[in-house]
Each structure stands twice: as C-alpha cells, then as structure tokens.
Design a protein around this ligand. Sequence first.
Ligand code: FAD
Length: 391
Amino acid sequence: MSIDFTVPADLEALRDRVRSFVADRIVPYERDPRLTQHGPDDDLRAELVELARAEKLLTVQAPVEFGGLGLSHVEQAVVYEAAGWSTLGPVAMNCAAPDEGNMFLLGKVADPEQIDRFLMPVIRGEQRSVFAMTEPGGAGSDPNQLTTEAVFDGENFVINGRKWLITGADGAKTWIIMARVAPNPHVPAGPSLFLADGDTPGIVIERVMNTMDRNYVGGHAVVRFENLTLPRSAVLGTTGEALRYAQLRLAPARLTHCMRWLGAAARAQSIAVDYARTRTAFGRPIGEHEGVSFMLADNEVALHQCRLTIWHTCWLMDSGDRARHESSMAKSYVSEELFKVADRCVQVLGGIGISDETVVEMIFRDMRAFRLYDGPTEVHKFAIGRHLLRE
Ligand SMILES: Cc1cc2nc3c(=O)[nH]c(=O)nc-3n(C[C@H](O)[C@H](O)[C@H](O)COP(=O)(O)OP(=O)(O)OC[C@H]3O[C@@H](n4cnc5c(N)ncnc54)[C@H](O)[C@@H]3O)c2cc1C
C-alpha cells in the first residue's frame, strides 16, 4: 500500500486557477441582492455559471464523455475545497448540492435517453435538478418510512404524496422523485426513483420554507405530487431499487459537502487570523493572548484533520472501495468539527462576528444545516456503531 500526499502539478495548477477565480470574480457577488433569504436566485446563478464557463471551470468533475475532466474523488477534494472559499463558488462551477450528487447518480444509473433529456442540460449548466425524498411524517433519517406512493396500471405510474426540505425545487427542471411502487403484477414493488420534468402537471410547489441557511439556489421547498402521471420510461434504473441507488449517491455526495465546507471554514479562519493579527486589546494584538491563539490553533488542527479524513476516504473510493463506513465517519466528524471552527471564528471576531461586516456570520449559519442533511450526525454514529457490532 502506498501513501502519497503529493498534489500533482496539473491538479495544483487547476486548484490555483479555481482559487483565483473564486477570490477575484465570485467573492464580490456575496453582497449581490440576488443572494436572497432563499439562496442565490436563478438570475444570479446564470450569471455566475457564465463566468465559470468562460474560464473553462464549469462542471469540471463530469466524466470526460460528458464534457468534463473526469476528476477522481481525491481530485474533487482538492478542487471543491478551493471552490468552497465562497459558498457561491460551487454554484458558479456547477458542483453545488443537490446538482452535483444528482449528476453523479444519473451518470451511473440513467439510460441514454434519460441522459440526453435529464442529465446533459444539468451538466451544461442550463437547468437545475432536485432529489425529492424527505417527507413530513415519512421518509427522513429512516428512508424506509417512505409514504409517497406510485400506482402502476400497466402503462403509467400515478404518484401521490408530499415532500419537504426539497432543495432547489422552485424552478428546477430535472426531478428525481422517490416513491414506493405499490404491489402490482407488472413490475417489482418497493421504493423506486422516477425522473420527471419540473413542468409536469401534478408537481405542485406549496411554498419555499424560511430556513437559517441561504447558500442553495431556490432554497428548500414543500412540494406535493397530485396524481403525477409518468410513463414507464420515467423509472430511473429498476423499480424497487431506490434505496440502493440513494446509497450510491449519498456516499460521494456527503463527502463533497465536506470538501466544500472545508473551503468555507478555511476562509472563516483566514478572516479570524487577520483580525487577531491587527485588532489590539490589553496592550497587544488579540492573537497574542493565549485564549485567542489557542482558538486559532484548534481551528488549524481541525482543518488539517478534516482534510486528511476527506482525502483518505476519497482515496479508498478511488481504489474501488465503497467506503460506506469511512464516509459516515467523515461526514459526522467533519460536519461537527467545521461547525466548531466557524463558531470559534465568530468568537475571535468579537461583536462583528455576528454581523454581516464579514462573511463569517453567513458561513456559520449556512454550515449549521450541514450537520443535518445527507444524514444527521447521530444517524451516522448509529450506523458506525452498528458496523462495529457486526465486525
Ligand atoms: C438544508 C437542508 C437541505 C435538504 N435538502 C434535501 C433535499 O434536497 N431532498 C431531500 O429529500 N431531503 C433534503 N433534506 C432533508 C434531510 O435529508 C433530512 O433532514 C435528514 O434526512 C433528516 O431527516 P428529518 O429532517 O426528517 O429528521 P428526523 O428523521 O425527524 O430526525 C430528527 C433527529 O432525530 C435524531 N435521530 C434520528 N435517527 C436517529 C438514530 N438512529 N439515532 C440517534 N438519533 C437519531 C437525529 O438527531 C435527527 O436530527 C434537507 C435538509 C436540510 C437541513
């Protein structure tokens, strides 16, 4: 087994290009009024996407056959951390959630016709996608509680149910919908994934929820499926296999969250370090007080540990390992640690830490949700514990 942490020269060059692009071109948009309470609006997103396209930095992670650079998981870790310096960086580069995970899933499971219709426009940055699983009172931490039902009559599926917390639903065109196929004589029953165009009658956006984060395009919506009628060709993969496909999507998707938030936490740390260097109290820069330097040191240790955890899990996945256990450890550890980093940065900044004088306040609020989605910390620890008992 070889262990080599060298970043190859071509990857280093790509990372540096992404760093400059995000710092110089994207950061100024953080004060744009089109960054609303419900995330960047579609107009802002389109403008950012065009900037990335012009720099050949759009959807670089996509497989080569779909026009991307076919980045490995480790390569994504390096590039997404650089993109995450601004929460708008991944939006511009089309590697933000949920599109990034959805593109990955569709690339693995969709058939050629579905790829043309539902995946390629997302890869080209022309339309957005959603993954609709979570339900009020139904699927959540435990996806087996899925209640949305698809009834197959031999020709069409008729879907009824209600979902919430569906990121980007308002305005998205490519929909991946999880529903339970009722027992029938034609196809396997059970949790299944369906593809639909966002304009299909029967998809109803009830409202966009008011949440504490604002980094996802379109925010998070409550949606209803009201006799949504889809043909047999709308099935993604095979009926009855949704939970397996969701796992396929989730392990890499939860890691890419870690990568992007690592970049955001590093940004918060750099702002806190600058402040600690220049702000004085009791006769010296505050960074020279041990209480502050220890907070900054704890941050530096956490950032380093998180990076190593992410890189190791990526390395396993690049070696063909599904790394489910390791990705659970990474997601639970990184989300908790990075949130503590952001919290300490707020503290170092004193009163302005809770104001929008710096971006640290937004990073802190946005990052809070990271401990919940793609598996709350406790659910990952529950899985890690079960894995240990099985071993
Ligand atoms: C910002 C954001 C974006 C999201 N985007 C999407 C999306 O695009 N599509 C989508 O389908 N969903 C999305 N979600 C939903 C997300 O996947 C769920 O919030 C998550 O799966 C948890 O489900 P729940 O909210 O129903 O929590 P619940 O299932 O109600 O759980 C509540 C709490 O119970 C505890 N808990 C649960 N199980 C265990 C256990 N086994 N052991 C110990 N404690 C436990 C945890 O602390 C958990 O936080 C999003 C959520 C957020 C916050």
